[in-house]
Design a protein around this ligand. Structure first.
Ligand code: HEM
Length: 474
């Protein structure tokens, strides 16, 4: 039964709750985020749903999303078989944990990310190295005057490399066998996972009566493979560990594990869960922002031209752009913001959970309700952005041409669960975009239709596959 004063929404039918109503809208609109946007048009900025055992509230629009992200009562993360099976029956990692374990582990990892630097490698140098390698790769392709390059997945290797370098000191060349292995594992993982849950989490009995149909079997098997991959690297690190020479975050964590004053939340399995969560949170979000960003750049040669003029003015052509150039390159910075906006404007947040009975926008939210932000409601809001479907970096520049980011720009969340990888993500997007545009012109390949901006449905939709005709800049 719906609790009194619970946010309005479609009827809850026995067992299924509102699942059929959502599915119907998803089929009609083609996208889950649009199905939920439709519900918000009908019922208002907070919509109350039930999907199997889960009571869910979806927020739409700035006031509701801001309240959800900033109110401490909503700092929980969902519980249930889905969130535990991924880390062997215990809630571990960073993405879907809360309370003591999350506070301590988040603090540890944030400090490592902030102070990152092992040997001579700082985070900026890692990203700059990846940008250099990507430019070299493109140069090889276009050496005969130009080449058609598939763009959607062009960024996954450099992005993965920055993450894995920081965590475990490993970077791959694009042909590497290990890289192919981890890439296919991650693709499988993303295809199978949807942080809002899965059929078997909303209807737990399906784990036993329909393990294949409910996705449970493949969920377990893919996690076993990811776990094995990470465990191998952990074993390598343990064998070659030297307490006087920290190589990466894994080493620092191992050192902490050996120290007397560590707390109970530190463990080897927690370290593996952190690695898995960083991959999950960091790789597809960054690559898809770049994928959407370049798709729009193909469609907007004028934006490319303006960016290239800024690069020529600030950096010239004799060296690659670096992160030190960023303060002098507001237009490129604005492209970075816009790329993340057009991607995240099609997605949901990682779900939160009400830690106790509370209210949201005046409605009653019982303890343990799952709360989800539909970022479409803030990042694609017509009233606020006026032309949200248009790729227009100028919206992040004031009349003096300096960066100005409005409060409604919330693609990294806000509050205590705010994204931990924002700096890395923005550095990657900025530098990979600037380095490619410095060296190449990209356009829709002759004879091909312009790529669609609609994207492929999913909890984090991706652009469809598309090609660019890439030539060296004159
Ligand atoms: C364009 C790229 C990215 C976007 C748009 C993005 C967005 C987000 C959002 C919306 C959240 C959820 C906030 C909430 O639940 O309230 C989040 C959390 C998180 N992100 Fe990112 N992210 C990106 C890249 C990264 C990268 C590169 C990393 C890793 C280095 C990362 C690590 C995390 C982690 C660990 C969390 C969980 C934080 C917590 O619950 O305390 N993200 N991110």
């Amino acid at each position: 039964k719906k609790p009194r004063n619970f946010p309005p929404g479609p009827d809850w039918i026995p067992i299924l709750g509102s699942a059929l109503a959502i599915q119907k809208l998803r089929n009609q609109t083609g996208y889950l985020y649009q199905a939920c946007a439709e519900l918000s048009k009908q019922y208002g900025p907070v919509v109350g749903l039930r999907v199997g055992k889960d009571r869910q509230v979806v927020c739409f629009g700035y006031p509701a999303i801001k309240e959800m992200l900033s109110k401490e009562e909503f700092d929980g993360r969902p519980r249930g078989p889905f969130y535990e099976t991924r880390t062997w029956g215990k809630r571990q990692g960073l993405l879907v944990t809360d309370e003591q374990l999350w506070v301590e582990q988040r603090r540890f990892v944030l400090r490592q990310l902030r102070e990152f630097g092992f040997g001579k490698r700082t985070m900026a140098q890692l990203v700059e190295e990846e940008a250099y390698q990507l430019v070299q790769l493109f140069k090889q392709e276009v050496q005969d005057g130009g080449a058609i390059i598939p763009m959607r997945d062009a960024f996954s290797v450099p992005v993965l490399n920055t993450l894995w370098s920081m965590l475990a000191g490993i970077r791959y060349s694009p042909e590497d066998k290990e890289l192919k292995k981890i890439q296919s594992l991650l693709t499988e993982l993303f295809a199978n996972i949807d942080m809002v849950g899965a059929l078997f989490s909303q209807f737990p009995i399906l784990r036993y009566v329909a393990p294949e149909m409910s996705g449970y079997k493949s969920f377990v098997s893919i996690h076993q493979k990811v776990w094995k991959f990470l465990r191998n690297e952990l074993d390598n690190h343990k064998e070659t560990f030297n307490p006087d020479e920290m190589r990466d975050i894994m080493d620092v964590y191992l050192k902490t594990l050996k120290s007397e004053d560590k707390t109970d939340t530190f463990s080897e399995s927690q370290l593996l869960a952190i690695c898995m969560d960083m991959f999950m949170a960091g790789s597809e979000t960054t690559s898809k922002s770049l994928g959407f960003g370049f798709l729009y750049l193909l469609l907007h040669p004028d934006v490319q031209k303006k960016a290239q003029a800024e690069i020529d003015r600030v950096v010239g052509r004799d060296r690659l752009p670096s992160l030190n150039d960023r303060p002098h390159m507001p237009y490129l910075e604005a492209i970075t913001y816009e790329s993340v906006r057009v991607f995240m404007g099609r997605t949901f947040s990682i779900p939160h959970r009400a830690l106790r009975d509370t209210t949201l926008q005046g409605y009653f939210i019982p303890k343990d309700t799952m709360i989800i932000a539909n970022f479409n409601g803030v990042l694609m809001d017509k009233e606020f952005w006026h032309d949200p479907e248009v790729f227009r970096p100028e919206r992040f520049l004031n009349d003096k041409g300096a960066i100005q980011v409005p409060d409604q720009y919330l693609p990294f969340g806000a509050g205590k669960h705010q994204c931990m990888g924002q700096t890395l993500a923005r550095s990657n997007i900025f530098l990979l975009t600037a380095s490619l545009l410095q060296n190449f012109d990209l356009s829709v390949p002759p004879g091909e239709a312009p790529p669609s901006t609609l994207g492929v449905d999913g909890v984090t939709p991706s652009p469809g596959e598309y090609n660019a005709w890439v030539t060296l800049r004159a």
